[in-house]
Design a protein around this ligand. Structure first.
Ligand SMILES: C[S@@+](CC[C@H](N)C(=O)[O-])C[C@H]1O[C@@H](n2cnc3c(N)ncnc32)[C@H](O)[C@@H]1O
Length: 440
């Protein structure tokens, strides 16, 4: 298969078969590829909350319309209902209630239930027999889906399927074997709401724990959710474009295990190689912790500039050796817990210090402009704002407000690279509102 899509093309890869290659120089925040979902299924917690077709929340003052057939699918209007009916719901509707009540379905985990429904939608969506598919174009979603790599992890079992569709599908097992390692979790404001199949994006993008691109999802009433792949740093022509299949902050062993068991490969990205090279990492002695954290904050320059910008590109390997204990797998969960607990309980001196250390940690481990840096910076800004209202001894209100503004500007800068995604509002709106409240 030869895919050339303007800014990105399919190239060879030594171990992953193919990979996405930049056709041109791509700037941070540039959209590399924009594709509508082929098939989606809402997370169970989102059923009845969002439209089953377009994924949108109902507009203010409106409510979703329930399918009167099965009573289990909801739509923002007849346009969405009609499109889903034609796409797959007509083959599923009258079987859904029995299917949902079946012990085979009930015994699945929530994630597997969503994938079982996604599989049912996929099978009902198009003709699957060979004779029905011979006319499809080379770049049609069905053809590209058929070219995706299959992977059957240990314990791979086909879930129970909804609808009278198994008779038209020639090879359900091989279709499902493309799900675990190719499908995407759709998110709004970085919070998951659905699983989805985007064959073209799956065919193109490999994983790296130091990715240079991430996916955002665009929702418009009446249309299937759209995925946009966005560059988070400058990507040179002919450079590989990679995305994160999981959170790079997960400890090395757990990350490697997930990538091996779910996707079938051993990651050799720069973060994995560096962490392997310094393993086993010693834990910091409690008496050293404060000074190590202060050095990390200083090193990352997160607390000494008026306009807080993370000017470095990813260069974790240049981290001073005595700071390695801060990369111990137990350190990040403990630090996150300290920050959450202190912010929640209003212990602002501790919250602001641990929150800033956390920001320095993220800025060190994540690549530049990684969205979670922005999300954390927004969280930290809110903490600083709350602290300014309550007051912190030894610090003026003005000082704390200035700190909040710095974090807001960093959040705005980092999340601006990702751009708006999902539902209206969200972090970008929150940041603007807070910046207005905290005018100088
Ligand atoms: C979504 S596909 C990516 C596209 C795939 N390379 C192809 O040629 O179709 C996911 C699969 O690609 C391979 N893959 C992705 N990232 C990889 C990496 N960093 N190293 C090795 N294999 C990788 C794995 O086999 C994984 O199951």
């Amino acid at each position: 298969m030869s895919l050339d899509l303007g800014k990105v093309k399919l190239g060879p890869h030594l171990t992953a078969r193919n990979t996405a290659i930049a056709n041109v120089l791509l700037r941070a925040s540039e959209t590399i590829l924009s594709v509508p979902a082929w098939i989606t299924a809402l997370l169970l917690s989102e059923k009845g909350r969002r439209c089953d077709w377009c994924g949108c929340l109902p507009s203010p003052g409106c409510s979703l319309k329930k399918c009167t057939g099965c009573g289990s699918y909801w739509y923002c209007g007849s346009q969405c209902q009609l499109q889903q009916w034609k796409a797959h719901h007509k083959s599923i509707c009258k079987y859904y209630a029995l299917y949902e009540a079946s012990s085979a379905y009930q015994s699945l985990s929530n994630e597997d239930k969503v994938d079982a429904i996604l599989l049912s939608h996929t099978l009902a969506h198009l003709p699957w027999s060979q004779s029905d598919t011979t006319q499809l174009a080379e770049d049609s979603p069905r053809t590209v889906f058929g070219s995706l790599m299959q992977y059957r992890p240990e314990g791979f079992t086909l879930p129970t399927i909804c609808g009278k569709i198994s008779s038209t599908a020639t090879n359900i097992d091989s279709i499902y074997a493309r799900f675990g390692n190719n499908n995407f979790v759709l998110h709004s404001h970085l919070t998951p709401f659905a699983h989805g199949v985007f064959p073209l994006a799956s065919r193109l993008f490999n994983h790296s724990c130091v990715p240079n691109a991430v996916a955002r999802f665009v929702l418009n009433s009446g249309e299937l959710p759209r995925m946009e792949m966005v560059a988070i740093s400058e990507i040179r022509k002919d450079e590989e474009i990679t995305i994160p299949y999981l959170d790079p902050a997960i400890p090395l062993d757990a990350r490697q295990h997930q990538l091996r068991s779910r996707y079938g490969f051993a990651c050799t990205c720069p973060l994995c190689l560096f962490q392997q090279s310094i393993s086993p990492i010693p834990l910091a002695a409690p008496s050293d912790l404060k000074s190590l954290e202060a050095t990390l904050r200083l090193e990352t320059k997160v607390d000494d500039t008026e306009t807080l910008t993370l000017s470095r590109n990813w260069n974790l390997p240049s981290l001073q050796e005595h700071l390695y204990p801060l990369l111990h797998p137990a350190y990040l969960p403990a630090l996150s817990e300290t920050f959450s607990k202190a912010s929640h309980e209003g212990d602002y001196p501790i919250a602001l210090e641990s929150g800033l250390t956390l920001l320095a940690w993220y800025a060190t481990v994540y690549p530049r402009n990684y969205p979670l840096i922005g999300m954390h910076s927004l969280e930290l800004a809110k903490t600083a704002w709350n602290a300014s209202i309550v007051g912190i001894s030894g610090r003026s209100e003005e000082e704390t407000v200035r700190e909040a503004r710095r974090y807001l500007r960093l959040a705005q800068q980092v999340l601006g690279v990702l751009g708006p995604e999902g539902d209206p509002g969200g972090p970008a709106e929150e940041i603007s509102t807070l910046l207005e409240l905290l005018v100088e």
